[in-house]
Design a protein around this ligand. Structure first.
Ligand SMILES: *Cc1c(COP(=O)(O)O)cnc(C)c1O
Length: 451
């Protein structure tokens, strides 16, 4: 066995991010303000630095990565591309399975790729503090790390149920100097209103976003940072796909199909957009986002304008959505429990360039355990969604007696998710489909806009 791991030298960390917008068949719809009109860059200046606002709407295909950001990325990049030979053997499949492993970052997922860029641009603009939200804690820990690297204070509104259930993610954020506040909290109007309604509220990602945005908008020294969904976040994540393309080339292979778990769409965009440029140029390949059946944003949501948070403080985005008042069922892949999705991923899915499928919770853990027992790495429950899809594809290749090259992102490791594995082993995890009535209610509550 040779060439199981393909490492690149540091000099191969990309020097540019790839912006997919010029290669989209339909450009993304503009973000809308409360008056239903497209928002201007100036309206975003209360919470974002100029460089980020520019990236959000740029039509440049290649955007240079500033040297201090590239230097920060060298702490863990380039990440390895690994051929999952032991998984292939266990499945007795003729398919070749490759994965790009993002769990090598200090926070254990792909999220620091954007966190360091966002911290850099904010520090450069003279900002002293960042606010953000976190669900399971992966984004919060990534931003705490990045804030520390670029000299910014970071306040993290953490969904209360996760704050209580995932004490070690909180310790991690505090170790990197972050301040962690359970949400809903008394620090903001949005939080106080939520607590007045329900003092025992578990919180939600949408609520934590409302709190973080409200605070950032009300203070001149403070900006807001988001870990997924927005165009600039997906842009920063394209280092994943750019490296992976180079690594596949070294392996002498090219994927027939690429899978990634999909929450807000940042690791989907990260690995898939650089390949999408080839697809746009006529190459035959499938790009498939994988989401939970209990939070089926792309596969069952509405393609409509909606808010990014629960209170309606963010601009409206044209995206697939389960409704901004979505209350997530308690599944364990916390990072995939968001009501909306990236506008770029949504538009590309709507246009048939990207595909999507949903998988059930127990099937993802089953695939995650198989992966841990063959390849050794214990995957994050989010990442196990992509593993499930890759395993199904490899089994299909065996049944059809056909070769196939499969690539997926292993977006993170699961070392902070072991209680979820415990519950899986104890047979306590349930498979839930998102109720159709809830989809109908969500539709009725969407903001009314033309378009
Ligand atoms: C946050 C997270 C995801 C989902 O977020 P995307 O923006 O859709 O990538 C997936 N995997 C891991 C490990 C995460 O931390």
């Amino acid at each position: 066995m040779s060439d199981t791991k393909i490492y690149l030298p540091e000099s191969d960390i990309p020097r540019h991010w790839y912006n997919v917008i010029p290669d989209m068949p339909t450009p993304p719809q503009p973000y809308l303000g409360p008056d239903g009109k497209p928002i201007t860059g100036a309206a975003m200046e209360a919470i974002f630095p100029p460089a980020i606002i520019e990236q959000e709407t740029s039509s440049e295909r290649w955007i240079p990565i500033p040297e201090p950001v590239r230097e920060a990325l060298t702490l863990w990049r380039p990440s390895p591309l690994i051929r999952a030979r032991r998984l292939e053997q266990a499945l007795n499949t003729p398919a070749k399975i490759y994965f790009k492993y993002e769990g090598v970052s200090p926070a254990g997922s792909h999220k620091p790729n954007s966190a360091v860029a966002q911290a850099y641009y904010n520090a450069e603009a003279g900002i002293k503090r960042l606010t953000t939200e976190t669900g399971a804690g992966q984004w919060g820990s990534s931003l705490a790390l990045a804030g520390q690297m670029f000299g910014l204070d970071v306040r993290i509104y953490m969904v209360r149920i996760s704050y209580e259930q995932k004490p070690y993610r909180r310790s991690m954020m505090e170790t990197w100097g972050g301040e962690v506040i359970p949400s809903p909290s008394n620090h903001t109007q949005a939080g106080r209103d939520a607590l007045a309604q329900d003092p025992d509220s578990n919180g939600s990602l949408g609520m934590a976003i409302s709190e973080a945005v409200e605070e950032a908008a009300s203070r001149g020294d403070t900006n807001y940072a988001l870990g997924s969904v927005l165009n600039h976040v997906l842009l920063h994540q394209t280092v994943i796909g750019l490296e992976a393309k180079r690594q596949m080339e070294i392996a002498g292979d090219y994927p027939d199909v690429v899978f990634a778990p999909c929450g807000g769409g940042s690791n989907v965009g990260g690995i898939m957009f650089p390949f999408l440029a080839d697809k746009a140029a006529g190459r035959d390949l499938r790009l498939v986002a994988v989401e939970p059946a209990s939070c089926p944003t792309l596969t069952r949501g509405h393609f409509a304008y909606d808010y990014g948070d629960s209170v309606g403080l963010t601009p409206m985005m044209k995206m697939y959505t389960l409704g901004h008042d979505f209350m997530p069922p308690g599944i364990h892949a916390g990072g995939l429990r968001y009501h909306g999705d990236s506008a770029l991923v949504s538009q590309l899915y709507h246009d048939g360039v990207l595909e999507a499928r949903s998988v059930h919770q127990t099937a993802t853990f089953q695939a995650g355990v198989l992966f841990a027992r063959t390849q050794g790495i214990i995957p994050a429950p989010e990442s196990a969604h992509a593993i499930r899809a890759a395993v199904d594809e490899a089994v299909q290749a065996r049944e059809e007696g056909r070769e196939r090259t499969i690539l997926f992102t292993l977006s993170g490791h699961g070392h902070f998710d072991m209680s979820a594995y415990d519950r899986y082993f104890a047979g306590e995890l349930e498979d839930m489909d998102y109720p159709t009535e809830a989809l109908e209610t969500a539709k009725a509550n969407l903001p009314k806009v033309e378009g």
